[in-house]
Design a protein around this ligand. Structure first.
Ligand SMILES: [Zn+2]
Length: 299
């Protein structure tokens, strides 16, 4: 027992690998996020989006904020640059387009939750996604107010879009209630509590490459030449010799995406991965799920 405790304290045993997930059946994916760059952070989800698209889904991105405070160019200019980079990054991932809701960056607390949720319900009813991806609303210690607000609105909209008594005015537009069967939530797994991934999604090298490229497209907030210049002043890195500071910065960001995808892969017994909290269509009805699992017969 004493040896076991010592091994755990020393980190020798490590965490158990998560089960490997599959892309659920369907044709449409909706990614609902606060910001222009949330599809390509180190803890999600550019690789999974690329995999959904490669396996036959059409995907749309919802950017709830106007991202005016991300960057050093002043509010209106930041908004324009971040939208342009978001369009380019989502195109690299194979997505169809971006819906900008344009709420003011970092000031979302004053938006009525009902208002934001109604917009997300409308978009879910419009696109009728088979799967939705977004931030985990139960991840504690997320300091970003937009992340908390949009995540909560998403968790509620995901359920309420299927209820006929909710926003019946949408039906005058020809829309119908829509129940989303599959859900993937992301959050940092190295910080805070509340978010417990239950599935690892394996990625191919090409999917990681798309994620790397999409991430480094957000040059207004990442890939800073000044950062690269400071690093190069301290250590010599042969792989970036002859590149400009901006090119070196892009290379560093791409390596970061490659490294974190490889790390999550190694933790879960594959080469590359991302990890998520996943719900399938019957997880909220465990009794029915058990019944179906034990009684379904293949025809
Ligand atoms: Zn964000």
């Amino acid at each position: 027992m004493r040896l076991l405790i010592a091994l755990v304290l020393a980190g020798v045993l490590g965490a158990q690998p998560l089960p490997l997930g599959r892309i659920p059946p369907g044709r449409t994916l909706l990614v609902i996020e606060p910001h222009h760059d949330d599809h390509t952070t180190d803890y999600g989800m550019g690789g999974l989006i690329a995999r959904f698209v490669e396996e036959g889904h059409r995907a749309w991105y919802v950017r709830a904020s106007n991202d005016e405070k991300d960057g050093a160019h002043g509010y209106p200019h930041n908004d324009m640059i971040n939208l342009r980079e978001s369009l380019e990054a989502t195109r690299i991932l194979g997505m169809e387009g971006v819906h900008g809701l344009n709420w003011r960056n970092d000031y979302m607390d004053s938006i009525p939750l009902n208002e934001l949720r109604a917009q997300l319900i409308l978009l879910i009813r419009k696109h009728r996604p088979d799967a939705v991806l977004g931030h985990d609303p139960w991840a504690h210690y997320d300091r970003n107010p937009d992340h908390r607000k949009v995540a909560r609105a998403l968790a509620e909209a995901y359920w309420m879009a299927g209820l006929a008594n909710v926003h019946p005015e949408h039906f005058e537009l020809g829309l119908k209630p829509h129940r989303v069967p599959y859900l993937f939530f992301k959050a940092r797994v190295d910080y805070g509590k509340g978010h417990e991934p239950n599935v690892a999604m394996e990625l191919t090298e090409s999917q990681v490459r798309k994620k790397m490229k999409a991430y480094s497209t957000h040059r207004n907030v990442y890939a800073s030449p000044a950062m690269a210049r400071a690093v190069r002043a301290q250590i010599e890195i042969p792989e970036v010799k002859g590149l400009t500071d901006e090119e070196a910065a892009v290379r560093f960001e791409e390596w970061h995406m490659e490294w974190i995808s490889r790390k999550r892969g190694r933790e879960n017994g594959v080469r590359y991965a991302e990890v998520y909290f996943y719900r399938d269509e019957f997880d909220h009805l465990p009794g029915l799920k058990n019944y179906i699992t034990s009684n379904t017969v293949k025809q």
